[in-house]
Design a protein around this ligand. Structure first.
Ligand code: SF4
Length: 323
């Protein structure tokens, strides 16, 4: 790995995920269409974008729950894009996910003990007393206790279910966890508790997060760096504070203008984007955002802007900032 990438835990290089439609007329869905990024060990890399922009598909592809159509994914310098069989299973231990809806991803017929035992059974690890001890340790880490072991998911609150989802993701001591809209289904007060818990766990266990949300406000609260996605492409990437200070891409500007500010004088004028997000089956030519961009010009309709660094650590894909 090159010298400047020593801190990189996971790297994506021109990753594409295209899904074939059910028949010829439905075409090919270009859910992720050439995304490159690096996730540094110990950071939270937040990804934000509207529903359907490809952020969840990207997150699941980075941990190989979905196969990339093209491009490469490197974990600690090793190309994991085409791993299969035992190699893929071993790698999965290091890469885990917390899903949006804890009710949908916990088996309703299994107790908390059985749910937390599953990762050990699948990977043939920590049986018997060792596993019991590890399960108790996991419960404590997420703020629950032995009382919950014999409970079924329907006996738990939404926040408790998500804590079980987090405990299960932690079971195999992963390096990277994809948090896929992990707090979106929770009440606002529970959201804050779960975000605090994720932050505590990150510090205590040295975790790295790829944190996906449609809500820029939530992403801002937890992220060290933020990537903004639009229609399968990354359009802006920067440190949290850089992006807060200065956004360059018109799409990021529009997302930020929708966040309510505590101080009225900090409130930006709301930028309303016209129209729907175009179909990823037939994305617009040139800059994919041109059909909704208030600053689009003729060039934007024909020429695709590259994601380029316009300030140290700050990348933008927009012709307005071409040198
Ligand atoms: Fe808007 Fe053009 Fe920039 Fe795309 S390249 S974001 S259409 S100004």
């Amino acid at each position: 790995m090159p010298e400047n990438e020593k801190g990189t835990l996971l790297k994506a290089d021109q990753v594409k995920v295209h899904f074939k439609g059910k028949n010829q007329r439905s075409g090919t869905v270009k859910a992720v269409d050439g995304v490159s990024l690096d996730i540094r060990r110990g950071e939270t890399f937040g990804v934000v974008g509207e529903s359907g922009c490809g952020k969840s598909t990207l997150g699941r592809t980075l941990i190989r729950l979905i196969d990339p159509t093209d491009g490469h994914i490197y974990l600690e310098g090793e190309d994991i894009s085409r791993l299969k069989g035992a190699g893929l299973k071993e790698m999965r231990r290091k890469l885990q996910i917390i899903f949006q809806d804890p009710s949908a991803c916990l088996n309703p017929r299994r107790t908390v003990r059985q749910i937390l035992m599953e990762p050990f059974e699948i990977h043939g690890m920590d049986k018997g007393k060792d596993a019991e001890e590890r399960i108790m340790e996991l419960l404590q880490l997420v703020g629950l206790d032995a009382y919950h072991l014999s409970r079924y998911p329907h006996e738990l609150s939404g926040g408790q279910k998500q804590r079980i989802g987090i405990a299960r993701a932690l079971a195999l001591k992963p390096d990277l966890i994809v948090c896929d809209e992990a707090v979106s289904a929770l009440d606002v007060s529970v959201q804050a508790q779960v975000l605090n818990l994720l932050q505590e766990l990150k510090e205590k266990l040295g975790l790295t997060y790829f944190f996906i949300s449609h809500n820029l406000n939530v992403v801002y609260q937890v992220s060290d760096r933020v990537g903004v996605m639009y229609l399968g492409k990354m359009v802006e990437v920067a440190d949290y504070d850089q992006l807060y200070e200065k956004r360059y891409h018109p799409y990021t500007e529009a997302l930020l203008s929708a966040i309510p500010q505590v101080n009225q004088e900090d409130q930006k004028e709301r930028i309303h984007l016209e129209g729907e997000v175009p179909s990823p089956t037939d994305p617009p030519s040139g800059c994919r955002f041109h059909t909704r961009c208030p600053k689009a010009c003729e060039r934007c309709r024909t020429e695709e802007p590259a994601l380029r660094e316009i300030a140290p650590g700050h990348q933008v894909a927009c012709h307005l900032y071409d040198a």
